[in-house]
Design a protein around this ligand. Structure first.
Ligand SMILES: O=c1ccn([C@@H]2O[C@H](COP(=O)(O)O)[C@@H](O)[C@H]2O)c(=O)[nH]1
Length: 275
């Protein structure tokens, strides 16, 4: 999906919500467990109930990889079930030496090779240029580079500082020598509030993928206040707070209610920038 198409989707749906399909077989409603592929059945019902309220689904591959062959099958079925106007994200946090990264890129972008074609994959920046650029060789596909993550451990490396500034700032500056705001986004945690001001100094136009609202307690209002740009520039993710809103047979309807609450708040924020 191109940047222009993504922005148009945000305008059409009055939403910049990315629903996280972090589907844990131990957490899904028990009545699904007798089905042939309970994880896919859960995802299918969540997607059917929420697809008009979000512009993206973020599939965290850990929840699928952990289940071996059955998990990969659920993953492939899920990504192929997504509507064509949805921006699909493989949250896989990959990155390795060049030839290995090229294989990871094939895994997530090349349908002929892997039966999956996501719009974007999350990539860790710390192995440098040759670990990231193989993902940039596909037209209209995106790298979402980890910049400033939502977790406690972000302090261990990302907030270390030298004369050039914080390490996360160096990630933003250096990666812009390899890619641009049409093929790269950055992960910035919603728990970082005012740090978005710093992020926007270095990446004023890029889209940011923002996990951490909902279950992690980040503030959507703060993310918008400090992080929104003229094109919106945000994809805000919520996973557990939406998909596990109910553990009963009404789980999909309950997920819709939670997604509606977030989308209503997003609609107001988008109104402020004329969308
Ligand atoms: O900094 C990061 C990067 C990735 N994540 C991922 O986002 C979702 C958040 O799920 P919630 O249930 O809404 O908390 C999950 O897949 C994480 O692995 C993140 O949280 N922070």
């Amino acid at each position: 999906m191109t940047r222009k198409e993504l922005i148009q989707q945000i305008k059409n749906k009055k939403s910049f919500l990315a629903i996280g399909l972090d589907t844990d077989i131990n957490k899904i409603p028990k009545h699904l467990l007798s089905m042939e592929d309970p994880v896919f059945e859960f995802n299918k019902q969540i997607i059917d109930a929420t697809k008009d309220l979000c512009v993206s689904y973020k599939i965290n591959t850990a929840f699928y990889e952990s289940r071996g062959i059955a998990g990969w099958k659920s993953l492939i079925k899920t990504v192929n079930y997504l509507p064509k106007d949805i921006f699909s994200i493989a949250d896989a946090k990959r990155g390795d030496i060049g030839n290995t990264s090229a294989m990871y890129a094939d895994a997530f972008f090349n349908e002929e090779s892997s039966d999956m074609s996501f719009d974007a994959v999350t990539v860790a920046p710390y192995m440098g240029k040759d670990s990231v650029t193989p993902f940039l060789k596909y037209d209209d596909k995106w790298v979402i580079l980890l910049a400033l993550t939502s977790n406690e451990g972000a302090k261990d490396f990302q907030f270390t500082k030298n004369e050039e500034g914080f390490l996360f700032e160096k990630v933003l500056k250096t990666s812009q020598l390899w890619a641009n705001d049409h093929n790269m986004m950055y992960v910035v945690g919603a728990t970082r509030g005012e740090a978005f001001l710093e992020i926007r100094k270095h990446a004023p136009n890029h889209f940011l993928l923002v996990p951490g609202v909902g279950a992690q307690g980040g503030s959507l209002a703060d993310v918008c206040k400090y992080g929104m740009n003229k094109d919106c520039g945000l994809l805000v993710n919520s996973s557990r707070a939406i998909i596990y809103a109910s553990s009963s047979e009404d789980f999909a309807a309950a997920a819709r209610v939670e997604a509606q609450k977030v989308q209503a708040e997003m609609k107001e924020e988008l109104r402020a920038i004329g969308f």
